[in-house]
Design a binder for this molecule. Structure first.
Ligand SMILES: [Fe+2]
Ligand SMILES: [Fe+2]
Length: 337
């Protein structure tokens, strides 16, 4: 029944309004006479279209999970790597390790499950993911507070812990939204106008949105990812080795500025309601350039051609950032159409 409740809200928010609040059929032509119920979908349509829409919503969530569950596992690994290994923090180290193991197993499960699997199997995977990532969010929040208050020690910057918490919140937001629940505020995602509920619509459901909704989605995603990628660039600029890797650092600083501009542009577009296409186009350009830079950094580290052959950050971090950039480019290209 829960799934049907979510499904009902889904259609109400994505499709044309039907005077019957129980109507799940987006193509319903019954008007005021519509008599459908949750148990007996609209008499003027077949039940298969309702089931199809439910399946499409879950698949959209699963497509987000294919990208983000492994990134969540990597977050846990970065935490594990960045904690001071003093005996008092052993339990944090073990918790991070457990998260990494469990999220990797979940990722494996998701990758083994085709989108054509029975809807209920996909729903179960989505619920399992929400539950696990919510636990990870609590862990990240706790750790952030401890690092900020100097009650926890590590080489992991607290800003980065907050960054990966925001990414986890957005990810869970997309999964909840596939059930038509809006659960995250802009504040939780670290973007302007914090009291507003964020859309967090999964990419594969953009085609259901009105132009107005798509505009809001675009503003929120550009605000979110311009900050996220700016922070990636900032972190890299702090992590190249002094003097010997100065060129790499300067380029990281360049991208930090570019994403700061992109962020201001996003604010301006929201305020004026104009320049959306330009915002998206320029977002694609800067993100593609940044991704090429990340790929080059990764190549230079893994082939030991970077001066001193190593960096003060793990190579996987560059790869991780690159995949998040590719994800953002994909979002922008879908908004561009
Ligand atoms: Fe991340
Ligand atoms: Fe990130």
């Amino acid at each position: 029944m829960d799934n049907y409740d979510g499904f009902s809200q889904n259609l109400q928010s994505y499709s044309k309004p039907c005077p019957n609040p129980y109507c799940y059929n987006p193509h319903c032509k019954c008007g005021a006479k519509c008599k459908c119920t949750p148990e007996r979908p609209c008499g003027c349509s077949d039940t298969s279209s309702s089931a199809g829409l439910l399946h499409e919503s879950v698949v959209a969530a699963v497509e987000e999970m294919r990208v983000w569950v492994i990134l969540m596992a990597e977050h846990a690994k970065f935490i594990r790597l960045g904690l001071d290994p003093n005996p008092d923090q052993e339990h944090f180290f073990r918790m991070a390790d457990q998260f990494a193991i469990q999220l990797e197993q979940l990722h494996y499960c998701i990758q083994q499950t085709p989108n054509t699997a029975p809807t209920q199997i996909l729903i179960n995977l989505r619920e399992q993911t929400i539950q696990m990532v919510n636990q990870l969010i609590i862990f990240k929040k706790t750790l952030f507070k401890l690092l900020e208050e100097c009650k926890g020690l590590g080489i992991l910057p607290s800003m980065l812990v907050d960054h990966i918490r925001r990414e986890a919140d957005r990810f869970v937001g997309t999964l909840e939204r596939s059930k038509s629940k809006q659960t995250k505020t802009r504040n939780q995602l670290g973007i302007p106008n914090g009291q507003i509920l964020a859309e967090t619509v999964p990419r594969n459901l953009y085609h259901r949105l009105s132009g107005k909704q798509l505009f809001k989605v675009g503003i929120e995603e550009t605000a979110f990812f311009s900050r996220v990628h700016g922070e990636h660039a900032h972190h890299l600029s702090m992590s190249f080795r002094p003097e010997v890797q100065e060129n790499y650092r300067q380029q990281a600083l360049f991208f930090e500025k570019e994403f700061a501009n992109h962020r201001s542009q996003s604010k301006e577009v929201e305020k004026t309601g104009t320049g959306f296409e330009k915002l998206v186009r320029e977002g694609i350009k800067i993100s593609c350039d940044f991704n090429m830079y990340l790929q080059r950094v990764l190549n230079d580290i893994t082939t030991c051609t970077i001066p001193t052959k190593q960096t003060n950050f793990p190579p996987l971090l560059a790869d991780h950032m690159s995949r998040e950039t590719v994800y953002y480019i994909d979002i922008l290209e879908r908004l561009h159409r």
